[in-house]
Design a protein around this ligand. Structure first.
Ligand SMILES: Cc1cc2nc3c(=O)[nH]c(=O)nc-3n(C[C@H](O)[C@H](O)[C@H](O)COP(=O)(O)OP(=O)(O)OC[C@H]3O[C@@H](n4cnc5c(N)ncnc54)[C@H](O)[C@@H]3O)c2cc1C
Length: 496
């Protein structure tokens, strides 16, 4: 059922006016001025309490946008409709998407996956999804996009767009060749709509959104605000940030409604939990990235693992890579990033619920999921991550999957603890095979007997396919007197 004025009248008993724009707020008289689009008429409306839910608008680039319907943001249904009509008419061969955030990446999938168009994604930061993922996790997402034929350019800033009529569009990139396109989406993020709030003197926060307290109340006790127009408190750092999420906007609305009805509800802030589908990959993240945790004054430690979402013998099992960030001093959980074909999102949701309780690595061991082979393994990936973090706390180092082995080739020996048949069947990824390090294959099942073969004069980087066996091997080697042991985070899978 369409959520139109009639729906709200008949199901909720309140009147909604559409085609009506509030152009001013007079806080002294407690009146808003409303301009009716159909007639141009201006009316005044009094209030006892006022709620601002003016949303956010697409960020505009720092150069002029040509007056051409083929260059547009992606915010309104009309943006999708224009694109669809042109795609159906066969008028689009090449699409350029400017901005590699959540919306830009979703658009890539639609343009290439749904419409089969040649698609390029341009991101000015050093990696895609810069506010959601750390660089090595983003590199895995990027490799997946590239495997689907997408051209991904990072660290590249678009500085002009030229409309050439029938000849299409030209997208200029600073310091690089221009791209040809038939359609350009500008997915540069959104900024809160605060003109009304600013004009009537409400406090605006450091991130450009309306400042509200835990009751979603603005600096005027009669005016509340929620959704994309407000700043949100981060539940780990305690600092405000700006995030545009329908999930949060709905929860803001509930809190405000309770308050207006005489309640005392509070909105606790957000962790920034978000999901994204990238072709057949599920991607999710919550809490702080490693970079953000460090910038917020934590001493982040990280562990990585690759896991199946069901037992390995299950024909429908799919794998996914996870990175967990926690504080090295307090062992408090800080963030999780996950991506792959497996059900990564479920773990992100569970982790977000644990963040809410300020849980630690120890609490993660105590998390009690259901187990039946159709759905899961006896030990959940989150349990394994807790085990890895414990190993890390006991001195087993986890090698950042983004750090090239070749840069320390002379100092490292790679110890592959995969079974012999497995190692023969699954060749090492190029980043490992060609790194120039010494290499030895001692399967985990033979490690106790053959541990004397492990060299003591080099740093040992233990590898297995997914990372779980290598941290167990590393724990054993440490106990057996091998001091310099590292685990390749996420296993060989993270290098593919
Ligand atoms: C392409 C896209 C995909 C998204 N996907 C997701 C997702 O998967 N998950 C998720 O959680 N979020 C997602 N979001 C974000 C989500 O849509 C927003 O967070 C949510 O809509 C915010 O709700 P809101 O009510 O604050 O603002 P809006 O939905 O933007 O509504 C604000 C309304 O206020 C009206 N308005 C503004 N000024 C005035 C005025 N002066 N007078 C009268 N009316 C006014 C506007 O016309 C608009 O209708 C997505 C957003 C986009 C663009």
């Amino acid at each position: 059922v369409a959520r139109d004025a009639e729906f709200f009248r008949s199901s909720k008993g309140f009147s909604a006016m559409t085609g009506a724009e509030v152009s001013a707020i007079d806080r002294g008289r407690r009146v808003v001025t409303v301009k009716m689009a159909a007639t141009g008429e201006t009316i005044e409306h009094g209030y006892d309490k006022l709620v601002l839910a003016t949303g956010a608008s697409p960020v505009k680039p720092g150069f002029p946008i040509p007056d051409d319907p083929r260059v547009r943001p992606f915010q309104k249904p009309e943006d999708a409709q224009v694109f669809r009509r042109m795609a159906e008419a066969g008028k689009i061969g090449k699409v350029v998407i400017v901005g590699g955030g959540l919306i830009g990446c979703e658009l890539v999938e639609s343009a290439a996956g749904l419409w089969g168009l040649e698609t390029a994604l341009v991101e000015k930061e050093g990696h895609i999804l810069p506010y959601v993922l750390d660089s090595e996790m983003a590199a895995m997402a990027q490799r997946h996009l590239e495997s689907q034929g997408i051209s991904v350019m990072t660290g590249c800033e678009v500085d002009r767009i030229k409309s050439r009529g029938e000849a299409g569009l030209q997208v200029g990139i600073e310091g690089s060749d221009a791209l040809e396109a038939d359609f350009v989406f500008l997915a540069l993020g959104v900024q809160p709509n605060v003109d009304l709030a600013r004009q009537c003197g409400l406090d605006i926060g450091p991130n450009g959104g309306i400042q509200v307290d835990r009751h979603m109340c603005t600096s005027d006790p009669r005016i509340f605000a929620g959704g994309d127009c407000v700043e949100t408190t981060h539940r780990i750092t305690g600092k405000t940030f700006f995030i545009s999420m329908g999930s949060l906007a709905n929860r803001h609305g509930r809190v405000i409604a309770e308050i207006l009805a005489g309640g005392n509800e509070e909105f606790p802030g957000a962790f920034g939990t978000s999901f994204l589908k990238l072709f057949d990959y599920n991607l999710g993240a919550t809490g702080l990235t490693e970079r953000r945790a460090a910038a917020s004054g934590f001493k982040p430690r990280c562990v990585w693992g690759t896991f199946p979402d069901k037992p390995d013998y299950h024909p429908e099992k799919r794998i996914f890579v996870v990175k967990m960030v926690y504080d090295g001093d307090s062992e408090r959980l800080l963030g999780l990033q996950a991506l792959g074909r497996g059900d990564a999102t479920r773990r992100v949701d569970v982790f977000a619920a644990l963040l809410q309780k300020q849980a630690t690595v120890g609490d993660l061991f105590d998390f009690e999921p259901g187990y039946a082979p159709l759905y899961s393994e006896a030990l959940d990936p989150l349990h394994h991550l807790a085990g890895m973090a414990r190993a890390r706390q006991r001195g087993v180092m986890f090698r950042h999957p983004g750090h090239a082995l070749s840069s320390e080739a002379g100092e490292i020996m790679i110890l592959d603890v995969r079974e012999k048949e497995e190692a023969a069947a699954k060749p090492l990824p190029a980043a490992v095979a060609e790194c120039g390090c010494d290499y030895s294959n001692i399967p985990l099942s033979e490690l106790v007997e053959r541990s004397s073969e492990v060299r003591r004069d080099k740093r040992i980087v233990v590898v297995c396919q997914r990372g779980s066996r290598s941290y167990q091997a590393a724990l054993f080697l440490k106990a057996a007197g091998v001091h310099e042991v590292e685990v390749l985070g996420g296993g060989l899978q993270s290098q593919l």
